[in-house]
Design a protein around this ligand. Structure first.
Ligand SMILES: NC(=O)c1ccc[n+]([C@@H]2O[C@H](COP(=O)([O-])OP(=O)(O)OC[C@H]3O[C@@H](n4cnc5c(N)ncnc54)[C@H](OP(=O)(O)O)[C@@H]3O)[C@@H](O)[C@H]2O)c1
Length: 250
């Protein structure tokens, strides 16, 4: 096995959905730790630009790149562009995700269209991004961290299609850990409730879930970002699903 490169500077980190919520906190932290950061967005251009500005104001390097990760060609173009701007990608945080809020027993509401749309972003989006960056990741002995969900392990979440898509993402994590070994480590961080725009309009439900956790305190995007960045650096971990839910599921 060839040893990993030992250059002084840290490699480029790509964070999908990196301009909002958990993604933004992760972009900011990876930049603080010394990575040039590619802040991917699909529609939230202003948020991505503001994240890049905040990183630059703190002395870091970042660029915002638009790509719908459910589109393979767009994901490949983003990786090529990122590589051209900052050099090869050594860390991928596949955080982009979407959902549809449906009662778990609303079987007719969980249409094929919803399943297909959620899988396209939550599963294929991660697959496209990692596959596009695989040559870089292998060359740099890099790391992938997916953002999964406790819904993927427990089956309960914002809807059946969402929970199943996150279960598939957790499966993709383990398969890619095999596929990209020995050079690349692939792990998932699976949050419970995190107070982001995800919960807009459902604040009462969010507060009641927080009250039900063991810690009784809300988990912030920064709490999750810290685990993501630490898992990316953890040389002895691959193929793992790391729950970050303040004891919500215990
Ligand atoms: N908040 C929670 O309670 C919670 C719990 C468990 C897991 N998670 C997971 O955490 C991740 C981040 O969610 P969040 O809470 O931080 O909410 P968020 O701010 O809404 O983040 C979702 C991000 O995904 C991006 N995105 C969606 N579709 C995309 C696409 N096709 N291509 C590229 N980017 C796309 C969005 O960017 P655009 O707006 O530009 O599309 C946005 O930046 C998601 O994967 C979610 O499933 C969240």
């Amino acid at each position: 096995m060839t040893p990993p490169p030992t250059e002084g500077s840290l490699p480029t980190a790509l964070v999908t959905g990196g301009g909002t919520g958990i993604g933004r906190a992760t972009s900011m932290l990876l930049a603080r730790r010394g990575h040039p950061v590619v802040v991917n967005y699909n529609r939230s251009a202003d948020d991505a630009a503001s994240c890049v500005e905040a990183i630059a104001a703190a002395g870091g390097r970042a660029v915002a790149l638009q790509a719908d990760v459910s589109d393979d060609a767009a994901a490949r173009a983003m990786v090529t562009d990122a590589n051209g701007q900052f050099g090869p990608i050594g860390v991928v945080v596949s955080n982009a995700g979407t959902t549809e809020h449906l009662a778990m027993d609303d079987l007719e509401g969980a249409t094929d269209e919803i399943f297909t749309r959620l899988f396209a972003v939550n599963v294929l989006g991660a697959w496209h991004t990692v596959r596009a960056a695989a040559d870089d990741l292998r060359a740099l002995h890099g790391a992938v961290v997916m953002v999964g969900s406790i819904a993927g392990d427990h089956g309960v979440g914002s809807s059946v299609p969402y929970a199943v898509s996150k279960a598939a993402l957790h499966g993709l994590t383990r398969s890619l850990a095999h596929a990209l070994a020995p050079e690349v480590r692939v792990n998932t961080v699976a949050p419970g409730l995190v107070l982001t725009r995800w919960w807009d309009g459902m604040e009462d439900r969010a507060r009641s879930l927080v009250r039900g956790t063991l810690t009784g305190r809300p988990t912030s995007p920064e709490d999750v970002a810290r685990v993501i960045a630490d898992v990316a650096e953890a040389q002895a971990m691959t193929g793992q699903i790391v729950t970050v839910d303040a004891g919500q599921t215990l």
